[in-house]
Design a protein around this ligand. Sequence first.
Ligand code: BGP
Length: 486
Amino acid sequence: MHFNNNFFWGGATAANQIEGAWNIDGRGPAKTDVTTGGTFNSPRLVTYIDKDGNPNTLTRLQKLPDGGHYAVLDNYLYPNHDGIDFYHRYKEDIALFAEMGFKMFRMSISWSRIYPKGIEEKPNQAGIDFYKNVFKELRKYNIEPLVTIWHFDTPLYLEETLGGWKNRQLIDYFEKFARTCFTEFKGLVNYWITFNEINNTINFLPDEMDDSYFQDAYQHLHNQFVASARAVKIGHEIDKNNVIGCMICGITYYPLTCNPQDILFNHEKWQQGIFYCGDVQCFGKYPYYAKKLWDKHNVHLDITEQDLKDLAEGCVDMYTFSYYVSQAVTVSKDAEKAQGNMSFGVKNPYLEYSKWGWATDPDGLQYYSELIYDRYQRPLMIVENGLGAIDHVESDGSIHDDYRIDYLRSHIKSMKKAINNGVDIIAYTTWGCIDLVSASTGEMRKRYGFIYVDKNDDGTGSYSRSKKDSFYWYKKVISSNGEDLD
Ligand code: BGP
């Protein structure tokens, strides 16, 4: 079996995790800019000033208390402020991607770089120029940009004054932002993703949270579905060559046992965690089981007739997903819990877990791809996959990251099997092809890259770039079009 000659090998990033330059050239702040660094054991916090003027913190799930406003506080570290300084170093980074032979580079657009508060009449020209320059630089090397319009970074103003995505006014603001992107970047970008890991909003909400959290989360999602559908429509109108996808955090769920109760529970996990979002965005309407999910938490959604029309008219062209882990689930209260932010399930005795508690399961990627293709019958892109690990720099500067190579090799083999079985996978962009700030923990030491960035968790470092062993390995994988994986 061979990969198609036009298969998109590449890497993936997100604006807030790489760009830095958080407050220059007219960019407004986003929620990630008031989110501190964290570790595996101490979660990232959101900082704010309370109604009495006192500095305070929230967990990322907690709501901003009345009268409070988000703020950057002294004595906290905000790793996204500087990212890896891609804003100033993109030419060097893209040259390295080109050296590896990338065919595709996934990146996102920071909303608040284009509309600093989200509500302005006119976009920020400096922001538009920056992205145009990046796209042109990519095109210089024949690297196809894959652009995520929203990757976890709503302008802070919209979060604070309108309460974020649970407020349907955000649909209109997003529509305007998306229209600006499609118009300004026409001819430079053809592959788009509307919302990154849209399913996280409900999938990572612990079941024990009170119903009001579910109410907000499902409304937030509904508003994003409508915003996404409108963006798909506009994107097609502006350029009929645009190919636009949804993006789902792909987790393969397994029942821990063949107890029928576990099977049913697992089935519901797929519905709530994975299919709910894919069904709405691929089929253009809510699935039959939606009411069951809403009723479970007394959710009553504000859905208009126009929303339903928009959903029906804005189906995506492709299904893109991230894949890192699988999860075992059971109704039993005695099973050993898996640790880690992506592992709400229980421990799977057949798998190994990373330092951050993520289960390594290449077979799960084949299973996920086949199941999803079977359901939606449209092209798939694997737009995130990789191993977050601690790298050691040897005295001569080399970095022997064979663990990363092993992880990626096994997943590419699994992807190959799915393709061999008839699944139409058209792209594979590994996550964090250059080291970047971790989304979940804010760490730098949780590294994914082929390219090492000399930046530490405390923000120190030269930010210089160097090539890991995996850099040369991936270059060979791409030049052999996936034939040579050794
Ligand atoms: C996904 C996000 C990315 C990315 C990745 C790895 O959920 O789309 O933004 O960060 O996970 O996660 P982490 O950075 O927490 O290791």
